[in-house]
Design a protein around this ligand. Sequence first.
Ligand code: BDP
Length: 691
Amino acid sequence: MKKLNLIIIVVVLAASSVQAQISHELWLGEQTPAAVNVVSVKSSPTLEIAKKELQDRFVGTPGSTIRILVDKKGNNDLKTDGYKLDNNTIKAKSDIGALYGAYALLRRQQTGEPVSGVVSNPSYERRILDHWDNLDGSVERGYAGNSIFWHGKDSLAVLPSDRKLWHEYARANCSIGINGSVINNVNASPLVLTDAYLQRVKAIADILRPYGIKIYLSVNFASPVALKELSTADPLDGKVISWWSQKVKEIYSIIPDFGGFLVKASSEGQPGPQNYGRSHAEGANMLADALKPYDGIVMWRAFVYTANDEDRAKQAYAEFTPLDGKFRDNVIIQVKNGPIDFQPREPFSPLFGAMKKTSVMVEFQITQEYLGHSTHLVFLSPMWEECLKSDTYQNGKGSTVAKCTDGSIYDQAHTAIAGVSNIGLDSNWCGHPFAQANWYAFGRLAWNNELASEQIADEWLKLSFHKDAAKMKNNLDYAANWSRHFLQPVKQMMLDSREAAVNYMMPLGLHHIMSANGHYGPGPWWAPKGVRSDWTPPYYHQADKNGIGFDRTIQGSGAVRQYHEPVLSKFNNLATCPDKYLLWFHHLPWNYKMKDGHTLWDALCYHYDKGVKQVRSFQKIWDRVAPFIDSSRFLEVQMKLRYQCANAILWKDACLLYFQQFSRMAIPYDIERPVHMLKDIRADEFKVRIK
Ligand code: BDP
């Protein structure tokens, strides 16, 4: 039979105009009835989705035609997943590329961007959501309800409502280019590898497949022991090696396109190769060998630190760089954006660019564990953009984190990026209407790691708060002023929101000073006896009567040495260290003179105060846009902004009153005085969860 490399689908548009509707659910909008004819030369489940999306949502003139051309051998400027848009023609090398092209065409139509002359390739081969979902249905650090995948061991049967949800999930992910889902927590239950659970994994994989999304599983390194099948999990033991290769064989017999494993090993109490005196490379390679025959990969996390005297910020680098070049080519080391743990602001992890013979991927956190859960409005794209654009200088100027991980500098066998998902069963998926923007932003940056947050916010607002057709018709004023009175101010609010959170939580390089109670409110004092010190805020802020900050300079812990010059000197030297990282790298006296002439104490006070003022200004921005949006989203965001503001004031009061005990300096008189008593906040610590 003649091999068909060229597939042509002709979509004839019979309707004059299909008006996209406002979305209450997702950025994709609600579907309108199909009003087009479709002529298709060849069909596949993926191309059928592309056709349906175009039929339902493309806005055309009578008789317009959209062609989809899939040519595996042509289109040499395209990667497998890439697409081109030209005069109502979508060109791709694969069916999934065509589907991405269809979504891009629809998005561009709705946002008013050019729909012709577009060539687009993804920055990373694998663009993955990590779900920290437990098999009992709970979600670790999840603030949007229970898991969409798991409901406990007695509810493994797949219901129609499950299927519907997984379809919607797949569609949303595919529309922004996400092509992988790790569907269980990194603190992994070994049960996920048993047949009953694998059957449910298969059901999920079957639904996600036409949308180009592969399933991955987090695995517990000691699974053979935990499942009582072996007495050891030593990666060099022959029985262990064959246990894993049998298990992998079984998984692929059930899910032939399974993606691979994500592993948190020898980290925060999880078992790992070090329990058997083996290295991370020996552990990762054993799993990689089992997966290799099926093209599966291992994402091995570098989030490791032990309670010893060594600065926690140094430990991952110290442990992993000596192993550079020792990993199999189907292992990717997954590195959190910063050296500690998803704090509101961290400098980039020094591991980026430092491992030159190993594939390395970034792990971002989309769920707002340290950024106000689903109560605070914080658009995270600027934080991720800051990381991706940070220059490591590891291979000369321009060696940004983005370039060190996307294959443009190092010859990586695989490239990937992961985001810890913020999705749950909540009706708006993410708990806060604006938290959806973070899911969207992660997908867009995974597709194009050079995108600006401004553009991402602009797109998301246009897609999610689309000018309501009915309101437009009835209110010309609304239509004329939408951009000036809604889009611009709300976009600015989003773009300022991350810096605001840094200001009212942890400014000037402070980090890890949150309450231990759920990581939501302030807790700079928290240090009960018996708790390991590197889990307590005083370990990180080091405040005493002489000053504040963690000395990581060459004279201090030396963590700064892990950066390549000139970054090393820039951070080490007070004259050049950016203010935003000041107390990350330096311990300074309270009366230290800042570049703008303020004392350090005053600067700290002004940052906290500014953060509060920023949230108050967000409230005003939001109240003014009421006429432009539906009342349910308006009221929900309005209420959440009130809680956020109250919580910002609490952060400010708690941190300033606590640190003032050491600084013994007055809060500058031109800022608002505290309204809480420190002793009340401390006494209430486990109740203070304004929400
Ligand atoms: C920390 C979370 C913890 C996770 C851990 C991880 O508090 O729940 O298990 O990260 O990434 O931020 O493994």
